[in-house]
Design a protein around this ligand. Structure first.
Ligand SMILES: [Ca+2]
Ligand SMILES: [Ca+2]
Ligand SMILES: [Ca+2]
Length: 305
């Protein structure tokens, strides 16, 4: 997999410019973008873009407040060659007993939450990766946590997407089962409702019953109103490798204390793998990096990435 940094020098018709600026001869102007960079309800974000390739990830160089590299091997490091635009987190190990995890606790408490992230793997069949949200002291430490600490929990178990239930306490396959191709990245997006009220049209036209979650992959609703673990408020999330030798690249982690639809190129906020508001990354329009220098021509040269 290769990252996809590309620089384009293209001809751009001034009348179609996305961002307007006044121009004067032979001078350089800065651009002003009058949009918020963090959307309403977002309580956590991490995209690793300031890390150097190969950096061992700790809480001191990320927005996490929980990082664990368990006994038996494994590691967590920054990786710029995952197929994700920009730096990502590479989590996993080479043994079957590793426990590598990251997370955040003490976030704003909410019983309606959204978690969004991008994930890739070279071999989905080789490991077991957990991700979920919840509360309780075990979310903040190294210990495994009780099922009833979870608002919701999912795992990618040897390529099978499974959800946790409290009664009976077990893992259940999401149906119909989504399939995952090796060396391919997917955008996961989970909206969970632990409140006492059903949600209506949270994503324009999508509802979510009490005690349920909607699971989107690559912007498509692949599991509708799946049972969550326990109706409760959440203050934390964790992602960890349960077992297996697989490594996973994870990026663009975002947590909201509200019901948020999956990222789009027109929602007015920078989310998903966008590098600007509704632009950049593999799915959205190019980001304007540099204004034109010569204003006198009908067509201009711009630098994009
Ligand atoms: Ca990144
Ligand atoms: Ca739904
Ligand atoms: Ca967007």
């Amino acid at each position: 997999m290769e990252k996809r940094y590309k620089t384009f020098l293209i001809v751009f018709v001034l009348q179609n410019a996305r961002y307007y600026q006044s121009l004067s001869s032979n001078s350089i102007h800065s651009l002003s973008v009058f949009v918020p960079s963090i959307s309403f309800g977002q309580v956590f974000t991490e995209n690793f873009n300031s890390l150097t390739d190969g950096t061992t990830i700790t809480t001191s160089n990320t927005n996490f407040n929980y990082v664990r590299v368990g006994t038996g091997g494994g590691s967590i490091e920054a990786d710029d060659d995952c197929g994700i635009s920009g730096m990502a987190m590479n989590i996993g190990g080479t043994t079957t007993t590793s426990l590598n995890g990251v997370g955040r606790s003490a976030m704003t408490s909410s019983d309606v939450t959204t978690m969004s992230f991008t994930i890739c793997s070279a071999d989905w069949s080789a490991g077991d990766l957990f991700f979920g949200m919840g509360t309780g002291t075990t979310f903040t430490g190294n210990g495994t946590f009780a099922t009833n600490d979870l608002l919701w929990g999912l795992q990618l178990n040897n390529g099978s997407l499974e959800y946790r239930t409290l009664v009976p306490s077990q893992w259940n396959a999401v149906a119909p089962a989504p399939t995952f191709s090796n060396n391919t990245c997917y955008d996961f997006h989970i909206v969970a409702n632990g409140s006492a009220s059903a949600l209506t049209d949270y994503n324009g036209a999508e509802d979510l019953a009490v005690g349920r979650m909607d699971i989107y992959i690559d912007g498509t609703l692949i599991a509708n109103d799946i049972v969550i673990v326990d109706n409760q408020s959440s203050t934390a999330f964790r992602i960890y490798q349960v077992s297996g030798g697989a490594r996973y690249c994870i990026d663009n982690i975002a947590i909201y204390n509200a019901a948020q639809g999956p990222p789009t190129c027109s929602d007015g906020i920078q989310n998903g793998d966008e590098t600007g508001v509704d632009c950049g990354g593999p799915d959205c329009p190019l980001v304007l990096l540099q204004p034109p220098l010569l204003p006198s021509l009908q067509s201009k040269s711009f630098l994009y990435r």
